[in-house]
Design a protein around this ligand. Structure first.
Ligand SMILES: [Zn+2]
Length: 173
């Protein structure tokens, strides 16, 4: 479920109804983004809409954060988060790596969403995706909740320094 090269990650991201979870290997912080294709794209207009998972319901709690047009991500007036908020800075940084540097971003794991092998619900947290079992069903299997399973995408941190010493956004430190 984790991508091993930028081509696969980019192809999936632009496939039309993608759900991607980006995780910092340094901090365990993670965000889940939905990238949907524009149904009737115009020339020079946006090709995709990007949303951020901001609540407990990973089927519905997505808030619009920006567009992709000409392979470039940008925020718009309708973006629900400020352009310098952490989830947006993180997405920009990751997207630039995929589409401009043609590489996976360093110290970052990009996973596509999975579905619980027991109940079929969508899985978006890194530990659940890797396990293939959601947190509720994991209890029925007596699987201990993995330490990394805490959701950092519920309360995005704002107004923190964005870029640290040429590395990634501060969520990477
Ligand atoms: Zn389940």
């Amino acid at each position: 479920m984790a991508f091993t090269n930028h081509e696969d990650a980019t192809r999936y991201a632009l496939a039309g109804k993608a759900i991607l979870t980006m995780e910092s290997e340094r901090t365990g912080a993670h965000y889940t983004y939905q990238i949907e294709a524009h149904k009737k794209p115009k020339a020079n207009g946006p090709s995709h809409f990007v949303s951020l998972l901001m609540g407990p319901n990973n089927e519905a709690d997505y808030a619009y954060i920006g567009i992709i047009g000409g392979n470039v991500f940008r925020t718009t007036e309708r973006s629900k988060l400020p352009y310098d908020s952490l989830p947006i800075v993180a997405f920009k940084w990751i997207w630039r790596h995929l589409t401009e540097r043609h590489q996976l971003p360093p110290d970052c794991v990009i996973r596509h969403n999975g579905h619980c092998g027991k109940c079929g619900r969508r899985l978006t947290t890194p530990a659940s995706i890797d396990l293939g079992i959601g947190p509720e069903c994991a209890k029925k299997f007596s699987i201990e909740k993995p330490a990394k399973a805490k959701a950092s995408n519920v309360t995005p941190i704002r107004n923190r320094p964005m870029l640290a010493s040429g590395a990634g956004p501060v969520w990477f430190q």
